[in-house]
Design a protein around this ligand. Structure first.
Ligand SMILES: [Zn+2]
Length: 96
């Protein structure tokens, strides 16, 4: 059984979580995903991921091969925020 990498299935989409590395922003060990996987997760393209990285929304980290990857913690929290943001600005529904 392969020990490196962990597959995560979200919404019929599988994201391969890569090496663990220390994220200075999260201040802990996090798993990494590739830009391509991050883009697939957001249903967007890698350019958008790069933009989010530049804005600090996503944490960009180098893996052992010095390849730029995305911190999964930032990915998931950003995803939560995005889902909230995607909701139209409607008056609050009845909170019954
Ligand atoms: Zn992070």
């Amino acid at each position: 059984m392969p020990t490196s990498g962990l597959k995560l299935n979200i919404d019929n989409m599988s994201i391969r979580l890569r090496d663990r590395t220390f994220c200075p922003v999260c201040d802990k060990l996090v798993r990494l995903v590739t830009y391509a996987d991050a883009a697939a997760f957001f249903k967007t393209n890698e350019k958008d991921i790069e933009k989010l990285g530049q804005e600090g929304e996503l944490h960009r980290l180098h893996n052992r091969r010095a390849k730029l990857m995305i911190c999964t913690d930032s990915l998931f929290s950003s995803f939560d925020k995005r889902q909230t943001r995607m909701l139209p600005n409607l008056p609050p529904a009845d909170k019954g």
